[in-house]
Design a protein around this ligand. Structure first.
Ligand SMILES: [Zn+2]
Length: 103
């Protein structure tokens, strides 16, 4: 069981992963979930989709629908605002990593 505070940090990291992957190429929920699992984040759709919707509501990502094998899939992609936010976050993350890895 991960405690709530640690969970909040992880959700922040997960948001950064989502911004990064939607910057690299449009991606959908299941693919993101697989990617996040690979990084050790065990999250299901009940956690991922609210995070995606929050990022979308904030204008950082957006989605379009594409029909694939007879069903509609939502592809998420980063917005211009999201790109700007991602650049700032990356700078801050680099600064933080440098400091905490010095010791
Ligand atoms: Zn990743």
């Amino acid at each position: 069981m991960t405690n709530h505070l640690i969970r909040d940090f992880y959700i922040g990291f997960i948001r950064v992963h989502i911004l990064f992957h939607t910057l690299m190429s449009p991606t959908y929920g299941v693919e993101l979930m697989r990617e996040l699992n690979r990084h050790g984040y065990k999250l299901g759709p009940g956690t991922l989709y609210p995070i995606l919707h929050g990022l979308e509501k904030s204008g950082l990502i957006e989605h379009y629908e594409k029909c694939e094998n007879g069903h509609i899939r939502k592809y998420y992609t980063i917005t211009e605002l999201g790109k700007k936010a991602f650049n700032k976050i990356r700078e801050k993350a680099n600064e933080l990593m440098q400091e905490i890895n010095e010791v």
